[in-house]
Design a protein around this ligand. Sequence first.
Ligand SMILES: C[S@@+](CC[C@H](N)C(=O)[O-])C[C@H]1O[C@@H](n2cnc3c(N)ncnc32)[C@H](O)[C@@H]1O
Length: 294
Amino acid sequence: MSANRRFSQSSLDIYMKLGHSLVEGWLHPIDARIISALGEYQTKAGIKGSVGEIGVYKGRLFILLSLLSHEGEPLFAIDPFTLEAFEDDVVDASHDKVIGSINDFKTNLITHAGEINELQIFNCSSHMLKAETLLDSASQARLVSIDGNHSAKFVYSDLCLISEILDENGIIMIDDVFNPLYPDVSVGLYKYLYHSDDLKPFCIGQNKVYLCRQEALTKFRDVLSLDKNIVVKTKMEYFGVEVDIVDYYVNTYREVFYFLRINLSQVQGYKSFLLRMVHKSIEHAIRKSMTHLR
Ligand SMILES: C[S@@+](CC[C@H](N)C(=O)[O-])C[C@H]1O[C@@H](n2cnc3c(N)ncnc32)[C@H](O)[C@@H]1O
């Protein structure tokens, strides 16, 4: 019943442990673990379909999706990659910082996963695509990330696009819903959830909300609650259903440093504070040795 993975388990393990931190981009270890647990479950349960992402940047998350994909399964990557490819009204404020390059994307994919014949790259904005176009080149989707333009208009239309092609056992993850730098993402998601009964949330990770069809909610929540590396911190009501708020067990020193680094990096001015501390300690040491010399 289970499907065959396109790449080996060891490639996935290496990417989870180390590889993903070598690719520039955004993927929190908590979300990497959730996505991997859900993808591995779909493999074991023989759930097939296409896998893809809107907004791939340099491939950090897309590589994980590829490593979770099955032999012969279609993959799609949607990203305009250049500012020039955007119309004025679709550029969000962050674009000067988050434009990737198609060459970096392809190189990273080959380095951390491998060649994929069934990959279709749509080098354009997601609003240029219709569900039929995606279905022509892919099949019903089973695992899709939405991380493109962070304006409400786009988040909403990306959700409409992907929900049209989502398999009954498919999962959508949507980025930055609670990120205060991108408040419009939640507006787009809420507009979708208020107007449609099609998808429901079942999990909130570090930086992503996970959605699936109502009938699949319990199944996917069970998967997460049985994974030993995932901690369900609490359960909360969200859009009329109960969702799991997920945390993560830190297993290695590397992970401890990783968490310290990313949490510190969210505190404004922490670098200059650390520098001041270093200066003060050096000054103190010099003064001390001077008094000894005298
Ligand atoms: C935050 S980055 C994505 C990070 C990526 N998921 C990762 O794993 O690191 C946002 C990406 O969305 C792309 N993007 C912006 N507007 C888009 C649109 N309308 N359609 C598709 N992609 C878009 C940008 O070019 C950029 O590469």
